[in-house]
Design a protein around this ligand. Structure first.
Ligand SMILES: Nc1ncnc2c1ncn2[C@@H]1O[C@H](COP(=O)(O)OP(=O)(O)OP(=O)(O)O)[C@@H](O)[C@H]1O
Ligand SMILES: [Mg+2]
Length: 404
């Protein structure tokens, strides 16, 4: 397999990020182009003005093309927004062949039987992710291919999205001449870039606190267990600061990023009690941080409400991993530990090859995750093609052995 190219477009509420990478047989991506543009025409993760959103996406794609010298034809694209819904479902098929051995074909059949949930016309199926298989009553099977059995069950996590919201996003991207390889739910993408397999195994929550939405994914026993999108994030923080302190929105945004912290003031190192913006607005440092801390605490409590409250400590002993631009706030992990009484860390993409410096920030977890998703997807497709090809070759050589 020679080097192949893959691209991802993360259309966020505050920025659009396009990444181009090539990858080799081993699957290690090397980033060859990045384009970031401020995003306009989006609200809470959704396209609200097609023309404006299209221009933001166009600018980001153009920058990525210029830096990589590669013409983008198709890309993996992230989906978020309150319209996304998820549920856990089951599917079952009988293994009727004489040998009763589970084949890759049976996995396809059982997954499609798990898709037979009634989905209303105004919703589109985004993902049907196998969580685990059961072969003749034996549960927790990760890969049943090759096992013997009469009956194969699958437990799946099914994610759907509102058709209209998806169509608006697709329209923006297609109209600039880029095809969509796959639509990927954003918290799944972020998880791909940030979570370790140990964390997913013991149980962990990933929360991407971006500009317009907080995207949540919960993993248990190595599989996705729950996904959800909350319509509160950094934008609401800035609005609170703006309203609470009587500042114009962009000054509030600047104050939040420059001086914002969720640490109690006595622990922070700022001795000066007034925070001054570039254009001379001054506010009490303590008031600024109190407002931000109150909203972040609220977001963390909302994250916890996604789990059954009595058992969250046993469900997610690996705690909470925070990504998204808002997780840059000083002291956020410590506050999380106070609220959740669990381990909390901030995750940023790391160990990437190529021109990746700008991406080493929690705000780019989704963008890098979409790329990782794309690489894995392309590799598994290749693998299927390859293993099918080699099965034919094996059969041919066996026949040759028999007859000649
Ligand atoms: N140092 C910082 N301190 C506080 N907030 C920050 C900091 N840096 C960035 N942010 C906030 O992070 C948010 C942007 O995060 P991010 O880039 O992850 O969002 P997005 O992907 O554009 O939006 P979304 O995923 O919600 O659609 C903004 O609200 C911004 O104010
Ligand atoms: Mg985002």
């Amino acid at each position: 397999m020679k080097n192949r190219t893959v691209a991802a477009i993360d259309v966020g509420t505050t920025k659009v990020c396009t990444i181009v990478a090539d990858f080799n047989e081993a699957g290690t991506p090397r980033i060859v182009g990045v384009g970031v543009a401020p995003s306009v025409g989006l609200h809470k993760g959704l396209v609200v003005n097609i023309n404006e959103a299209r221009e933001s996406i166009r600018e980001s794609v153009k920058k990525a093309e210029q830096s990589s010298n590669y013409k983008l034809e198709s890309a993996y694209v992230g989906v978020t927004g309150r319209h996304v819904a998820s549920l856990n479902n089951r599917g079952v098929v009988a293994i009727t062949r004489n040998d009763r051995v589970v084949r890759p074909d049976d996995l396809k059949r059982v997954l499609s039987s798990a898709q037979s949930v009634k989905i209303p016309d105004d919703r589109k199926l985004l993902h049907v992710i196998p969580r685990s298989y059961v072969v003749d009553g034996q549960a927790h099977v990760k890969n049943p291919v090759g096992m013997h059995g009469f009956r194969l069950d699958v437990e799946t996590h099914v994610i759907t999205a509102a058709v209209t919201s998806i169509q608006n996003l697709i329209k923006c991207i297609r109209s600039i001449g880029v095809d969509i390889e796959d639509l990927v739910l954003e918290p799944l993408a972020s998880s791909e870039a940030i979570l370790t397999s140990d964390e997913k195994e013991v149980g962990v929550i990933l929360a991407d606190i971006g500009g317009g939405t907080t995207d949540i994914a919960v993993f248990k026993e190595g599989s996705i267990w729950h996904t959800s999108i909350l319509p509160v994030a950094g934008y609401q923080l800035t609005r609170d600061v703006s309203i609470g302190l009587g500042l114009p929105f962009d000054v509030a945004e600047e104050m939040k990023k420059r001086y914002g912290s969720v640490m109690p003031v006595y622990e922070s190192k700022t001795e000066d009690t007034t925070a001054i913006s570039q254009d001379g607005h001054g506010v009490s440092y303590q008031d600024l941080c109190d407002i931000i801390r109150a909203r972040i605490e609220e977001i963390m409590k909302l994250i916890l409400l996604e789990l059954p409250n009595s058992e969250y400590e046993t469900l997610v002993p690996a705690g909470l991993v925070l990504t998204g631009g808002s997780s840059n706030l000083a002291g956020i992990a410590a506050l999380g530990r106070d609220v959740l009484q669990l381990p909390v860390r901030v995750g940023a993409p790391s160990n990437m090859e190529g021109i990746s410096d700008v991406l080493c920030d929690p705000a780019y977890a989704t963008s890098v995750g979409l790329l990782a998703w794309g690489v894995n997807h392309e590799r598994s497709q290749n693998w299927t093609r390859w293993s099918f090809g080699s099965a034919i070759r094996r059969m041919a050589s066996r026949l040759k052995g028999l007859f000649g």
